[in-house]
Ligand binder design. Sequence first.
Ligand SMILES: Cc1cc2nc3c(=O)[nH]c(=O)nc-3n(C[C@H](O)[C@H](O)[C@H](O)COP(=O)(O)O)c2cc1C
Ligand code: SF4
Ligand code: SF4
Length: 415
Amino acid sequence: MIKKDLSINFLGVKFPNPFCLSSSPVGNDYDMCKKAYEVGWGGIVFKTIGPKSYIINEVSPRFDALTKEAEPFVGFKNMEQIAEHSLEENLADLRRLKKEFPNKVLIASIMGNDEQTWEELARLVTEAGADMIEMNLSCPQMTSHAMGSDVGSNPELCKKYCQAVKRGSKLPMMAKMTPNVTDMVVVAKACLEGGADGIAAINTVKSVCNVDLQKMIGMPIVNGKSSISGYSGKAVKPIALRFIQQMRTGIPGIEISGIGGIETWEDAAEFILLGAKTLQVTTAIMQYGYRIVEDLTNGLMHYMDEQGVDSLEELVGKANKNIIPAEDLDRDYIVYPEINKDMCVGCGRCYISCYDGAHQAMIWHEEERKPECDHNKCVGCHLCALVCPVGAISKGEVVLKKTAKPGRSIKNIRL
Ligand SMILES: Cc1cc2nc3c(=O)[nH]c(=O)nc-3n(C[C@H](O)[C@H](O)[C@H](O)COP(=O)(O)O)c2cc1C
Ligand code: SF4
Ligand code: SF4
């Protein structure tokens, strides 16, 4: 088995590997966190600890899932707030975890409801032995509007609360962003101005996941009603990657902990290539358990080996330069689909999708049940390749458009 050093330095703290539990029920108490450390997670962001005065009273049931065909969890909706355990119990768990796992990274997630409580919580978790603080400025389903994503979408408040946390603690601190904003760069900048050392992104996306058609109520149903609340899991990965890419390119030197739909080592590598240094996971753990960290670490080590890198740091942000404004993309050529007739199983899906959803460029040969691309009609959109269930369609011949710039050649086009 290939072994590579997965350790990484994030905000001055050395993580044995970049994989962390994100703040949620997966890191709710001492026993859970102990098990997670033991199976190989590099760090834990403990379930968000709130002010003593804020009493948590959760609904039942509190989850829902978006499914598709055989997939039970395309996306996941939760209506949960912050830690239900008492402040004293949470601080005791933090103390015990740090004592028993001194080489693993312990991050305390906190959420105040005014400057004083933010400062006080920062002080308390520092005394309890946390290595780092994460400010939860982003839960979209708090029952108080003085907390959560209502705060996280207000840059001035974010700045003020970051300053309060910095008064309460000298620990490295990251501010956790809500994706329920148009421009995360503005909020992240305000947090950094307020003293945040780095950014964690993203928390959950506001959602209505499903509606029960007979009862005509959103899901989950709580005594005949439902609420808008946070959506996570695989479905939110593209949203998370977009925000991370924009922050990484919009704020020089920013350090980011990436969150949102990480399930596989490939997801993890994508977050790293767009600028995340550490990675946090909840929904995939809720679905599959802590052991997914074995696949995550092994896969990432193999990827490092394949890429010929010895340090994870070398990969951070490497793909950012290849995401450019739409107006700067090369619009001079078409790449036609190439159909591998040996692989094709004759299902006809490329033909149907091209006819009903693209440019009627697939010719269907009924006798042999095989498609053929008519280059006179094909625009090279590659919908057909995306719907083919056996991967029989790839990128083929490249041709210049009539509108291509004079002197353009197809040499050196990277597909
Ligand atoms: C059931 C549940 C509870 C959560 N509770 C918290 C929380 O207490 N604090 C917090 O910062 N984020 C909380 N989150 C958000 C996650 O930490 C994470 O940001 C989000 O789920 C996206 O990551 P994922 O797709 O890996 O789940 C919660 C998420 C879920 C699903
Ligand atoms: S690339 Fe688009 S237009 Fe061309 S055959 Fe495929 S689906 Fe049709
Ligand atoms: S979708 Fe793929 S397998 Fe189905 S007919 Fe088209 S090329 Fe063949």
